[in-house]
Ligand binder design. Structure first.
Ligand SMILES: *Cc1c(COP(=O)(O)O)cnc(C)c1O
Length: 357
């Protein structure tokens, strides 16, 4: 019998060297690590949703392109006339589709760095060259460096999280527009936090032939159903649709999203409460002293403390789960990312932080 090879010998080097996306256990913890909306739907709406889902035909395959849901999103999210909508199983799925479709040999993916890890990870997986352009030390966009890098590397694809994760910074609109104008490749604005930022390129989508706007309903309050959407010109959408898994958005997700989008004001009111909580948490964090609080347009704060690992562990010991970025990126040494929670959760966080610092 021939000696079978090991996974190490057979799995692609790029895959073997990756680390799986790690999600820590959070049972019973105050969960402020993943930018989730802390509020559930109101009880009467949950009961109604139950009835809607009971009627869903889960014996059938989903509508492959989610036509009804796409039309509803176009209407509710102000997607300009003439643009196409593409659905993803979360926006992570869309990032994968975009990268897969554009991975010509030798091509590059560019993004301001530090940022959301999936841009780099998908570039590596698809054999594209990932190029992170470092921000300034305060995580503001180094527009000169970025434009120079665009000229030098001529990336096929540029991802910009607007506002950025994990820093929370919203880059100036005129600088984003300058990048779109300077790029020969496609610029994808990842607007995962648009309800908290209240700034969007969606209204300007038709202005640029090389712009696409990507969003998710995850941070809005529906992280569990896994739904992302991309708004782009038809000539882009038709290509990305070819690499989409035919039934990537389930019957249950389409039904739940359709129902909740019909009552979008409920989620928008929750987002407004979170924005108010964010303002309160900002001054309370600054009043603590002993940490740097970076400006944010999202539903989280990036803070830098004296000893990130110790503070993270102390918070965890007190039942508060945040996300530590210490060790994840040289610029994020001793940085923690803290999601804005309910007023009660924010109070617990603050008293735990007081203890931890
Ligand atoms: C959370 C997040 C996503 C992922 O959203 P899903 O739809 O839950 O996959 C994408 N981009 C950014 C910048 C995020 O912060």
């Amino acid at each position: 019998m021939i000696m079978a090879k090991t996974p190490e010998q057979l799995i692609r080097r790029e895959v073997f060297d990756l680390h799986a996306y790690h999600v820590p256990l959070s049972d019973g913890m105050v969960k402020l690590d993943a930018m989730e909306n802390p509020y559930r739907l109101p009880p009467e709406m949950r009961a109604e949703l139950g009835a809607v889902l009971a009627e869903a035909e889960i014996n059938r395959y989903p509508d492959p392109t989610g036509r009804h849901l796409r039309n509803l999103l176009a209407e509710k999210m102000g997607i300009p006339e003439g643009m196409e909508v593409l659905l993803g199983n979360g926006s992570d799925d869309l990032i994968q589709m975009l990268t897969l479709a554009m991975a010509r040999p030798g091509s590059a993916v560019m993004f301001p760095d530090p940022t959301f890890v999936m841009y780099r990870m998908n570039a590596i997986l698809m054999g594209m060259k990932p190029i992170g352009v470092l921000t300034r030390d305060d995580f503001s966009l180094d527009i000169k460096a970025f434009l120079a890098a665009v000229q030098e590397h001529r990336p096929a694809l540029i991802f910009i999280a607007y506002p950025n994760n994990p820093t929370g910074v919203l880059y100036p609109e005129d600088e984003i527009a300058a990048i779109i104008r300077a790029a020969e490749g496609l610029v994808v604005l990842d607007e995962a936090y648009h309800v908290f930022a209240q700034h969007s390129f969606m209204p300007r989508l038709a202005e640029f032939p090389n712009l696409a706007v990507m969003r998710t309903v995850s941070k809005l309050g529906l992280a569990g159903i896994r739904l992302g959407y991309l708004a782009a010109r038809p000539e882009w959408a038709v290509q990305f649709n070819k690499v989409r898994q035919a039934y990537n958005v389930s019957v249950l997700t389409q039904a739940a999203a359709t129902f909740v989008l019909g009552k979008l004001d409920v989620l928008e009111k929750q987002a407004a409460v979170i924005r108010t909580g964010r303002a309160g948490l900002k001054s309370a964090l600054e009043a603590l002293g002993g940490l740097v609080v970076y400006p944010t347009a999202a539903n989280f704060f990036l803070v830098r403390v004296a000893d990130g690992q110790r503070t993270f562990e102390s918070l965890k010991g007190q039942g508060v789960l945040v996300r530590s970025f210490h060790g994840a990126h040289p610029m994020l040494a001793n940085c923690l990312r803290i999601t804005v929670g309910t007023p009660e959760e924010n109070r617990i966080l603050l008293s735990a932080l007081r203890e931890a610092l």
